[in-house]
Design a protein around this ligand. Sequence first.
Ligand code: C5J
Length: 224
Amino acid sequence: MMPLIPAEPYPFDFEPAACALLIIDMQRDFLEPGGFGESLGNDVNQLRRAIAPTRHLLEAMRSAALTIIHTREGHRPDLADLPPAKLKRGNPSLRIGDEAAMGRLLVRGEPGHDIIPELYPIAGEPVIDKPGKGAFYATDLDAILKHRGIRQLIVCGVTTEVCVNTTVREANDRGFDCLVLEDCVGSYFPEFQEMGLKMIKAQGGIFGWVGRSEAVVAVLRAAR
Ligand code: C5J
């Protein structure tokens, strides 16, 4: 039997066979200079501190042969799936689809759209291309999880208050239990990092649990 994983608001009842690691949007466009995130005026270093613990966890999950799924936010090269509202929002100097240091911003197939080398997917790890903030919207993520008998998600990625929170809320409504790892998610805004996590675990875990990667790694090691 697997021990409980220490978490808030109470320990997470980990079922490895029914649990997937979901790594959200750890893309060069959000985490490296010259990408979409920086074009919006953000400091990418705020997100980069999530890389090392996520890599450590990813290696432990791979060793334990758990299901691992990656997502990428982005759009078709013809931008046919890009809502005009998303394109225009904020009136930025550079828009989605514009040419930048790592190719066209947030466009599939461009260098900036790809996952950072530190967390690059390996064969057998599905990559979900999503046009929105939530990983379930207009994707086959729900089908992939259901076909594999997954009922729990351990969630990492960026950004805490945008794509991580949106996905956790979508997952909650679809019946998944989500454990979000505070050291493996990142926000450009420290106050949003704090509040984004509080919103998940408040009210008895209204959207899920919040824990730390070392607790998950320790449980996986103890089970070997
Ligand atoms: C944003 C994301 N922040 N992956 N996307 O635009 O959170």
